[in-house]
Write a protein that binds this ligand. Structure first.
Ligand code: ADP
Length: 414
């Protein structure tokens, strides 16, 4: 089956076309046929399309809205010989969507029906920054390809549905949970789930033997404690603002800071939240950039003090979560790094893991240095009591597989 995977953001639409089915899933031989991005939807957009093994094709054109973006992708897929092996969009068998928030209702991926659409709409007030855009992607496909095209929703929150109540409840009055659904949901679930699956594949462990701390470090970052293959705690909370220090998000702060800053700076609470979302984290501390690669270069080339502090705060927070999650799991077998920073920065991995020798971490510095640019494997010294791995994430692959399994009526375990 050819699955179109869509990830609709506020002004962008990312896509991949992945060929998969029961046999390919079993033999790990799914095929990526194409990928691309429509950026700056709503104005003069930049469209980047690439068939696997072919050069990237970049153009600019006005793209009004998400429906127009979906049409542009399909038009490209249908154009003469754009993607070898694909005879236009009639060859697309189903569409899988990344949906950020599934609330408490969605504990796994589902085929989209009118009822599901209404239920996803029902979670909009929980994820006002994300779910409306994901919904636009679903409606755009329905408009363009018709209601008979099977569509599936794969939720960022679903992998964390196994969190026990003592991990997902905050220390606030219980009725706030009952009345307003205020609790930890966790995000990046598809990524944490993928690397846990991949770790099992690479090591031959069973699900029950899979005890990991997974660290997804990118522009958004989160940690996950995985016991017996299931998520038992995760650092993002009611929203993706909690937990690790991120590119522009603060991660954990004392909630009393919000009112204090509002009063001192003459801001509304909403403005303060925006400040924590968009002007904090690496950008806020350094005053330079949200981009870890640029910060590392700045630190090295100019010795900039605030660049150094931003990186140290990032690494220290990450290390604290590793320690906390080792305690939550009751001892893990490995720490797994993924995401743009986790996959590409030996320096950040080293700085996070330094001082964790007591827990059994022993980094092989040479192997760690080489593990970049999509490489996959262990970075710990042989015989280390606690492993350390780099596993590049592939959320699109899981979305494609979940979609194929749902359409084919196959069992899928989280
Ligand atoms: P997103 O959360 O938007 O998907 P990514 O997972 O692509 O983000 O991660 C982006 C981050 O990864 C940026 O901070 C970028 O600087 C960082 N990054 C990418 N390559 C490197 C590198 N070689 N060294 C350090 N950081 C890197």
């Amino acid at each position: 089956m050819n699955i179109l995977v869509l990830n609709a953001g506020s002004s962008s639409l990312k896509f991949q076309v992945i060929r998969t089915d029961e046999e390919r899933i079993k033999s790990d031989s799914d095929q990526r046929l194409a990928k691309g991005l429509v950026d700056r939807i709503g104005g003069e957009a930049v469209l980047s399309f690439q068939a696997t093994g072919r050069p990237l094709r970049r153009t600019a054109a006005p793209v009004r809205d998400h429906k127009a973006a979906v049409e542009a992708v399909l038009r490209w897929l249908a154009s003469e010989d754009a993607v070898p092996d694909l005879k236009g969009y009639r060859d697309i068998d189903a569409v899988g969507h990344r949906v950020v928030h599934g609330g408490e209702r969605f504990t796994r991926s589902v085929l989209i029906t009118d009822v599901v659409l209404r239920q996803v709409e029902d979670t909009i007030d929980l994820a006002p920054l994300h779910n409306p855009h994901n919904l636009k992607g679903i409606l755009a496909v329905k408009d363009v390809l018709g209601k008979d095209m099977p569509q599936a929703a794969v939720f960022d929150t679903a992998f964390h549905h196994t969190l026990p109540d003592y991990a997902y409840l905050y220390g606030i009055p219980y009725p706030l949970y009952r009345r307003h659904r205020v609790r930890r949901y966790g995000f990046h679930g598809t990524s944490h789930r993928y690397v846990a699956y991949r770790y099992r594949k690479l090591t031959g462990k069973t699900r029950e033997e899979t005890n990991l701390v997974t660290m997804h470090l990118g522009n958004g970052s989160s940690a996950c404690a995985i016991r017996s293959g299931e998520s038992v705690d995760t650092s993002m909370g009611f929203t993706p603002l909690e937990g690790l220090v991120m590119g522009t998000r603060s991660g954990d702060v004392d909630p009393a800071i919000l009112d204090y800053i509002a009063v001192k700076e003459g801001l509304s609470l909403r403005d303060v939240e925006t400040l924590l979302q968009k002007q904090s984290g690496l950008l806020g501390i350094s005053g330079l950039t949200h981009d870890m690669r640029e910060l590392l270069a700045e630190e090295q080339e100019t010795g900039d003090r605030r660049a150094r502090i931003a990186i140290d705060v990032f690494c220290y927070r990450a290390r604290k979560y590793v320690g906390a999650y080792l305690a939550a799991i009751g001892g893990a077998e490995a720490i797994v790094f993924t995401g743009g920073i986790g996959e590409n920065s030996p320096e950040i991995r080293r700085r996070i893991l330094q001082g964790l020798e007591w827990a059994g971490v022993q980094l092989d510095l040479e192997v760690n240095r080489r593990m970049v640019g999509g490489a996959e494997g262990p970075i710990c010294a042989e015989g280390a009591r606690l492993g350390a791995w780099v596993i590049p994430t592939d959320e699109e692959l899981l979305i494609a597989r979940d979609t194929a399994r749902l359409v084919l009526g196959l069992e899928s375990r989280y």
